[in-house]
Design a protein around this ligand. Structure first.
Ligand code: SF4
Length: 379
């Protein structure tokens, strides 16, 4: 926690200004399934979540959100995750305490409208309903215009995008915002958040390693980023993103609280740890996940790929079409899930669409070929 950051209210809690770091998670239930979503939101809060996030991508989901709010009001601090549908801000703001938008997703709809106007629309809705806002920058979906200025420096691109949006919000005289800059590489998370914090020591920071993957590896990667940052006083709220099934989402809260306690006690378990050999990244899943098989698929990929554990290869496994296509581009092999089929890629090249069973067979063939090319042992 930083003493220098300003305080931001999110429902019943405040973060920033030296207050305790709030731990967050996200519901992975379908938002339209009101009862299960309410149950997960309550379970996360009971486990210690200060804020619970829910994704909303349609009018129907915004209507479900209103009911979820009715059933959790006063008990859960709700945040909503807007991706491309920024116009939904006015429909969700009456029912939540915080709105997260991704600067890299604003260009998809109404392409001719300037970004500043779209942000002003979101901020207007937030202001009218007393919501906080998170500018949520993600390495896999940075605004293409910003990326074109930093084609080989993703850290510079994410930091520039975050700073530019801070300037927009400052210009709108709105100060109840926080910033997150997430990457699947913990070293980049450290670098980007340090740079941002130096430039804007007043802005509260939400820490996260995106697509950290399955535990226990996902926890280790998260600790590699959080331990140094929290030790330096960077971070006012955090989320540990783990690929776990919906009924085990409270593990994200438990791990987050454990990291905070360990950092406070000086128990820095990730010191000296390096990411070497096979790197499997996978998203934590959320309401957008297209098939509940996703978590099981990620587990089977990890199991199948063990023969390549010493090779410097990255495999990305993503749960949906919203972030899947973009966030698998940088991996040697990428999988993103559809309702019945999984799309397989080699770098940015599409290899085809396979059933959840067959994709493992083709993935193994592709992985063996890369291992061979790199001079490793075959399976
Ligand atoms: S990739 Fe899709 S399913 Fe996975 S966390 Fe991101 S939005 Fe949710």
């Amino acid at each position: 926690m930083s003493l220098k950051t300003r305080k931001v209210r999110i429902g019943s809690i405040e973060i920033g200004g030296g207050l305790p770091v709030a731990v967050q998670s996200m519901c992975a239930t379908h938002t339209r399934d009101v009862d299960p979503t309410v149950a997960v939101a309550r379970a996360l809060t009971a486990a210690g979540a200060g804020v619970v996030r829910i994704a909303v991508d349609s009018d129907a989901e915004a209507e479900a959100l209103a009911e979820i709010r009715k059933q959790t009001k006063g008990a859960v601090n709700l945040s909503v995750d807007l991706q491309e549908s920024w116009r939904l801000a006015t429909k969700v703001a009456p029912h939540v305490d915080k709105i997260r938008y991704n600067p890299g997703h604003l260009h998809h709809h109404e392409k001719d409208k300037p970004t500043r106007e779209k942000v002003a629309f979101i901020i207007g809705a937030a202001r009218d309903h007393g919501c906080a806002v998170r500018i949520g920058v993600n390495c896999g979906s940075v605004d293409p215009e910003v990326t074109s200025r930093h084609p080989h420096d993703s850290v510079a691109a994410t930091v520039e995008s975050a700073l530019a949006h801070c300037d927009i919000l400052d210009g709108l005289k709105f100060d109840q915002y926080v910033v997150s800059i997430k990457d699947s590489d913990p070293r980049k998370v450290v670098e980007a958040n340090r740079a941002f914090s130096r430039a804007r020591p007043d802005v509260p920071i939400h820490l996260g390693v995106t697509e950290a993957g399955l535990p226990p590896g996902g926890v280790v990667k998260t600790r590699m980023a959080f331990e140094p940052l929290l030790t330096e006083g960077i971070g006012d709220t955090l989320r540990v993103s783990l690929t776990v099934p919906c009924d085990r989402k409270t593990q994200e809260i438990e791990e987050g609280l454990r990291i905070l306690a360990d950092v406070k006690a000086g128990r820095l378990t990730s010191k000296g740890f390096q990411i070497k050999g096979l790197n499997i990244i996978s998203c934590p899943s959320c309401s957008r996940v297209e098939n509940e098989e996703f978590v099981h698929l990620a587990e089977r990929v990890v199991e199948m790929a063990q023969f390549a554990k010493d090779s410097e290869i990255t495999i990305a496994v993503m749960g949906c079409r919203v972030n899947g296509p973009g966030e698998t581009d940088d991996a040697d092999l990428g999988l993103w899930c559809g309702p019945t089929h999984v799309n397989l890629k080699r770098g940015p090249e599409k290899l085809g669409s396979f059933t959840y069973t067959d994709v493992l067979i083709r993935l193994k063939v592709e992985l063996e070929a890369i291992v061979k090319r790199k001079g490793g042992a075959p399976a």
